[in-house]
Design a protein around this ligand. Structure first.
Ligand code: HEC
Ligand code: HEC
Length: 310
């Protein structure tokens, strides 16, 4: 295709806008709209799409940066080691330095939890303010999945925030519960067995269940059939009148602080099949210091603590 510029008498091909510098011809590819270079391989024509200058500049800058970085920063592997660079940065060592600093700061108070005098720990307000963030993290990492973010528990998992305890609510008792667990695989585990009463006549089971459902209301008659059956079969573990507090893992049945539930159908399931909830043992998964810290944390957030500390 001949260009009208040629016909105007321009002889230098470079002066024809967009024209091939060798031939002076300008040919536009009808499909893409690009100029062509004039090179042709069989039926294939080469489009004139030069590499963008900005990419070349970026490439050159990146290469320049990498050369500088080779000198300044850790770069080339040399077998077991590497070239450290003129700045001698080592993020591994930096992380270890920070970690040791945290441990040293923690060490100042952490050792006081090894064999704690809980009363004097609680009295030390600035210490408590310092340790509670670590305790909160420990609780959320290890306990919240079962006992809830706020310690409020749920079906099958006891509430840790109220004033009712299966195994005692002083920090030392709580620490032991956490350390050895309940029905856990620890050799010193606390054992809580609610036996099955499936051997009792269904009619009697119903009357016991009716009696127990009424216990929180206080409107129960110990001389009723259910009351007598309760005294014979249940009071040895749950206490007279079901008040609990025997520190044998059997909950009080007179309040609403229950593990499984105190409606009639849950009650009948408990009587028929028994119960044996499992709380894992946390030593040695956690250190003794961490367990004691958690015990204080749980205690401090419970209604038991607010009674003592008001
Ligand atoms: C050998 C001791 C023992 C005897 C006897 C016993 N219980 Fe229990 N009971 C327990 C223990 C321990 C638990 C807690 C089970 C657990 O931790 O999973 C429990 C749990 C329960 C619960 C569930 C409470 C909740 O918080 O949801 C009910 C209800 C109950 N018992 C009723 C009875 C009744 C009614 C009887 C008598 C027919 C009885 N128990 C006899 C030890 C006993
Ligand atoms: C896998 C679930 C699970 C996890 C995780 C768990 N618990 Fe428990 N916890 C239980 C169950 C279930 C019970 C009640 C066991 C029973 O008596 O039936 C319990 C009971 C307790 C008790 C006894 C409450 C009382 O009334 O005496 C304390 C205290 C306790 N847990 C604290 C903790 C702490 C602190 C952690 C975190 C280190 C934790 N638990 C992690 C399931 C769990």
């Amino acid at each position: 295709m001949s260009d009208p510029a040629n016909s105007r008498g321009v002889t230098d091909p470079k002066e024809i806008a967009g024209a091939d510098p060798h031939t002076g011809e300008r040919e536009i590819d009808p499909v893409t709209g690009y100029d062509t270079t004039g090179h042709q391989w069989g039926p294939i024509r080469e489009l004139n799409t030069p590499f963008p200058m900005i990419a070349l500049v970026a490439l050159a800058l990146a290469f320049g940066y990498s050369v500088i970085a080779w000198f300044l920063l850790p770069a080339w592997p040399t077998g077991r080691h590497y070239t450290p660079g003129l700045l001698a940065l080592d993020q591994g060592q930096e992380a270890m330095r920070d970690f040791r600093a945290i441990q040293a700061r923690r060490g100042e108070w952490f050792s006081r939890f090894a064999d704690p005098d809980f009363a004097s720990l609680v009295a030390d307000r600035s210490l408590m303010a310092e340790v509670m963030p670590a305790a909160t993290r420990l609780y959320h990492d290890n306990c919240a999945a079962c006992h809830g973010d706020d310690g409020g528990g749920g079906p099958g998992f006891p509430n840790l925030r109220d004033n009712h305890w299966l195994w005692g609510g002083e920090p030392a008792k709580i620490a032991e519960t956490i350390a050895v667990g309940i029905n856990s695989d620890d050799t010193d585990t606390r054992v809580a067995q609610m036996p099955s009463f499936d051997w009792i006549e269904i009619a009697e089971r119903n009357s016991i269940a009716d009696y127990v459902v009424q216990l929180p209301s206080g409107n129960t008659d110990p001389a009723s059939a259910g009351g007598k059956l309760f005294a014979d079969n249940c009071a040895s573990c749950h206490g007279d009148g079901g008040v609990g507090g025997l520190d044998n893992g059997a909950p009080s049945l007179t309040d609403h602080s229950v593990i499984y539930g105190q409606d009639l159908s849950t009650e009948l399931i408990t009587l028929r099949h028994g119960r044996q909830g499992v709380m894992p043992a946390w030593v040695p998964r956690l250190t003794v210091e961490e367990v004691n810290l958690l015990a204080l944390y749980v205690w401090q957030r419970s209604a038991t603590a607010s009674k003592v500390m008001k």
